[in-house]
Structure formats: structure tokens, C-alpha cells
Design a protein around this ligand. Structure first.
Ligand SMILES: *Cc1c(COP(=O)(O)O)cnc(C)c1O
Length: 377
């Protein structure tokens, strides 16, 4: 078989959750059976154990299991008492939930452009965006690499602002030895199936080192009731299921191994792309800590054509994200124009993710690089 023929016949998906599930099948089924036999489906001992384990993993004293990463952000913003008209400084180059949760509470997202190398919020542009209405800074750790947090925390301290970390893509990532979620006042994690620690459905967690904020998030998660039917605050139903917690507790034991495999895959890609002399932009490792590679995002001036080519050759690919937040129809009220955040707009035009999941074999990585090299030839 020629090389072209191999490329045309071996599909490489963007993610293969079944490859992760199959070796853990017995262990996961036993954990789920435990919950089913107990018939305790909401919160309870499984959720509490997961909260302790994920909090410890994230170098935090407290973890509060919630219904999704989106609800983690929403309840964190409720816990800091975000009021209508309050401003939150964040990045326009993120998943919708970041800015969506601010808007749902009547707050205003004040966007600051990204660092074009890391795709994370550029700390150098934050201070100019602060106004008397600024309440918080909400950095997002895109693709599994943390933002440059020292300058962000220094600005926050100087202006008395709260920092909420959107760590949905970054569980276990580190910045100078500090884990994602442990630096700001609150950290938000997602257990969406495609995240590095993914459940069998939706789930999330708020982590914090602040006992008062932990208590408030816990209260808000259950309609603000304490005791039952006596409502101190207007909260919501943001609870995590015991079945999800049981699955996640099994998977958490393997997370470091999976992260190491993602890092090996990333290193292998770098070597293969260098050997092939392919002209794509590779992810920039900022060098300040542990990158967990939730995604491996490359850059090409001919992105759209490359995507079509990859799909034709059965290589999984996706754009995270094609439309920055300031250009979303639902945020027209923020009065932004094309050109307001050029680094975010360029990234939205030029980037695409290729497969990086832990179970990929070296042969599969080679196929991906061969196909991309074929595109450039
Ligand atoms: C996945 C994600 C979320 C939302 O998490 P869900 O669990 O899907 O609600 C928020 N922010 C970012 C950056 C994400 O990647």
C-alpha cells in the first residue's frame, strides 16, 4: 500500500471516548452499581468524596460539585454577588458560557484581547479596561494552559477585584506550581465528556480556598435553602448526580496518566512536524507550568481548506472557536465591531484542533502529520 492509500483508509477521530471507557468498563460499572444499589442519586457520599478528591487534586480546601461547568461559572458569579450593571473583564476568545453567565446575571462582559501566542487573555491590556463598575476578572485557560496569572493577580489586588478562573479546560494544569482553580478566589471546572476528566453526562465543580465563598456556593447550589424549605438566598438547582461522581472518581485515578499521554502526544507531534518541515503554527508552551493539552491547536493561513482536506482524509478536526464573543449576535448590545479584538479574530480564522487524546498511537499521530504534510505539498 502506498502512503496515500494508508492516509485515505485509516480514520483518526478527534476524540475516542470508547477507547478510554473499554479498559475501565468493569471498574466503572462496579462504581455505578454501588450508587444504583444505594438508590442515593443526588449529592450524598459519592459527591462528597469526589469534592474532597478534586479539591485536593486542585490544591484547594473546598470543592462544590455542580451540574455543569456552565453552572459552576454561574454559581461562582452569584456567590460574588454580581449585580446588574457590574462589569467582568474577560476574553472574547472562549466558549460561550464564560460571557453567557455574566450576561444571565445582568452583568457586562468587558473584553480584553488575547495574547496571540497562548490564546489566553493578555494581562498587559487588562488595566485599561478597569472602570468603577468592574467587579471581577475572569481569565480562561484555553486548551489546557493557564493564563499568565502573576500580573493578573497583582492588578486584581491593586484594584480590589475578584478573580474567577474558568478552568473548564484545565483541570490539573499548573502555573509556577499552582494548580488551576487555586489562584483566584474561585475556580470553575467542567466534567463535560470531552474535557480531560469527563463524566457520562454533564457535571462541574467550583473549587476555592475561601471558606465563606465555599459555603455560599454550597447554599446557592440547593436553592439557597438552609435548613430545607427555609431559603436564605435565591439560588438554583445546580446539584451534581451521584452516578456522575462515581464515574468521575474512577476516572480521576487515571487522570495523571492520561495527561502524561497527552503531553507525550504533543511532544511527538512537535517532532513529527519538524521532521516533515510542515509550515503550520504549533501551540506555544509559555513555559510557566504544566500544560494539560485538552486540545492541540495548530494554526494555518489556509485553515478552511486544510479543514476540508482533513475531513476528506478522515482526520477529526474542529475549530475552538469560530466566532469570538464580541461578534456574537446575542452580544450586539455590547456595541463591538469587527477589528476591536484583532488577535482573537485572527485566531478564530486561522486555528484548528487536531486529535490529541491519550489513547492515540504513534502511528495515528504519524498519519495526521502525513495528511497535513500532503496538504502543504
Ligand atoms: C466546557 C467549557 C465551559 C462549560 O462547561 P460545560 O460543562 O460544558 O457547561 C466553560 N468554559 C470553557 C472555557 C469551556 O471549555
Amino acid at each position: 500500500m502506498t502512503k496515500e492509500a494508508v492516509n485515505a483508509t485509516v480514520p483518526v477521530p478527534l476524540l475516542d471516548l470508547k477507547a478510554q471507557y473499554v479498559p475501565l468498563r468493569d471498574e466503572i460499572h462496579a462504581a455505578m452499581d454501588r450508587v444504583i444499589e444505594s438508590q442515593h442519586f443526588i449529592l450524598g457520599p459519592e459527591v462528597e468524596a469526589l469534592e474532597r478528591e478534586v479539591a485536593a487534586y486542585s490544591q484547594c480546601r473546598y470543592g462544590i460539585g455542580v451540574s455543569s461547568g456552565t453552572d459552576a461559572l454561574l454559581v461562582a458569579l452569584m456567590a460574588i454577588d454580581l449585580q446588574p450593571g457590574d462589569e467582568v473583564i474577560t476574553t472574547p476568545y472562549t466558549f460561550f458560557a464564560t460571557a453567557g453567565c455574566v450576561a444571565r446575571l445582568g452583568g457586562r462582559s468587558v473584553f480584553v484581547d488575547i495574547d496571540p501566542l497562548t490564546y489566553n487573555i493578555d494581562p498587559a491590556s487588562i488595566e485599561a479596561a478597569i472602570t468603577p463598575r468592574t467587579k471581577a476578572i475572569l481569565p480562561v485557560y484555553l486548551y489546557g494552559q493557564m493564563a499568565d496569572m502573576d500580573p493578573i493577580m497583582e492588578i486584581a489586588r491593586r484594584h480590589n477585584l475578584i478573580v474567577i478562573e474558568d478552568a473548564a479546560q484545565a483541570i490539573g494544569a499548573e502555573y509556577k506550581g499552582q494548580r488551576a482553580g487555586s489562584i483566584g478566589q474561585l475556580g470553575c471546572l467542567s466534567f463535560f465528556p470531552s474535557k480531560n476528566l469527563g463524566g457520562f453526562g454533564d457535571g462541574g465543580m467550583v473549587v476555592t480556598n475561601d471558606p465563606a465563598l465555599a459555603d455560599k456556593v454550597k447554599l446557592l447550589r440547593g436553592h439557597g435553602a438552609r435548613p430545607k424549605y427555609h431559603h436564605k438566598l435565591v439560588g438554583g438547582n445546580f446539584r451534581l448526580d451521584a452516578l456522575q461522581a462515581a464515574v468521575l472518581r474512577v476516572k480521576l485515578k487515571y487522570l495523571d496518566g492520561w495527561t502524561a499521554a497527552r503531553q507525550r502526544n504533543a511532544a511527538c507531534y512537535r517532532q513529527l512536524f519538524a521532521e516533515a518541515g510542515v509550515e503550520v503554527g504549533l501551540p506555544h508552551d509559555a513555559g510557566y507550568g504544566r500544560h494539560i493539552y485538552n486540545q492541540f491547536v495548530i494554526r494555518s493561513e489556509r485553515r478552511d481548506a486544510l479543514m476540508v482536506y482533513l475531513k476528506d482524509h478522515q482526520i477529526g478536526t474542529e475549530v475552538y472557536y469560530p466566532v469570538p464573543m464580541h461578534m456574537q449576535e446575542c452580544f450586539a448590545n455590547l456595541n463591538h465591531d469587527v477589528g476591536d479584538f484583532p488577535a482573537s479574530e485572527f485566531a478564530a480564522f486561522e486555528t484548528l484542533a487536531i486529535p490529541i487524546y491519550p489513547e492515540l498511537t504513534t502511528d495515528m499521530l504519524k498519519i495526521v502529520v502525513d495528511v497535513i504534510a500532503g496538504f502543504y505539498r
